[in-house]
Design a protein around this ligand. Sequence first.
Ligand SMILES: NC(=O)c1ccc[n+]([C@@H]2O[C@H](COP(=O)([O-])OP(=O)(O)OC[C@H]3O[C@@H](n4cnc5c(N)ncnc54)[C@H](OP(=O)(O)O)[C@@H]3O)[C@@H](O)[C@H]2O)c1
Length: 268
Amino acid sequence: MSPTTFGVIGLGRMAQALLFPWLDSGLVASAAVRAAVASEASAQRIRAHRADLQVATDAAAAWSSPVVLLAVKPQQLEAVAAAAPTPLAGETPLLLSVLAGVRLARLQSLFPAWKVVRAVPNTPCLVRAGLTGLAWGDGLSTDQKVWIQELFSQVGEVLELPEAQLDAFLALTSSGPAFVALVADALADGAVAAGLPRQQAHRLAHRTLAGTAALLQEQDLHPAELRDMVSSPGGTTIAGIRVLERSGLRSALIEAVVAAAERSRELG
Ligand SMILES: NC(=O)c1ccc[n+]([C@@H]2O[C@H](COP(=O)([O-])OP(=O)(O)OC[C@H]3O[C@@H](n4cnc5c(N)ncnc54)[C@H](OP(=O)(O)O)[C@@H]3O)[C@@H](O)[C@H]2O)c1
């Protein structure tokens, strides 16, 4: 499935992180892109970086495409939807929304003549190490679903989920990077307190997190197995783990993910 034109409404950070790999992979042709942004300054900035793209502040060309990526801020949605033209009679274009917390039912009521898809990509998509949860609206063909999965797999792993699970998915995968960044920062602070130079402490903390994640994944280890591998009797690691358990780290992280999921439900 290769649409004649590919509309983008809002070509900001997230849309660029998705679209540029799609162009590189050939799944979307740059000549087919009809992108719209709000300001001429943004349009010029993008054109300076990617002269092959049609970027305008007038969204008409983007909206007339058979497939449109919607990537404005959620608070801009009402105004954007009010200004969107109704598709021609008999046409049912496809709307891919990445707007955090905006449910399929709301998208479908704002865009009744469209087929809608809700995608929840996370920030590591920026470095093609992302996770994207997809929930389908009504009426998509198998070809369309396969093509959309292929698009998002350019920037990481893709999961199809019932929409009811997207709040929990978002809490772990989209808020999770902030929680992990906090852990990375604190680990580096600990290393500085123990005597390492600041810059080196941060680099080593990031490498430790990345290496640990790779080990867990590649050897398919349960986290407790890895903890046991590293904790020798009477050793350094178990001394640190005692402190973490006493401080309630595990419970704090559990509650953080639950709070993020509850907030996502409220916002939706
Ligand atoms: N960033 C992430 O990691 C991430 C992750 C998952 C989901 N998301 C979702 O992605 C969406 C975009 O986030 P972002 O971080 O990419 O925001 P952003 O960088 O601010 O991009 C928003 C884009 O929308 C454009 N825009 C605003 N009003 C418009 C209008 N009326 N017509 C056409 N374009 C318009 C802006 O143009 P100007 O530059 O001219 O204002 C800009 O290009 C959000 O809904 C967010 O929930 C983001």
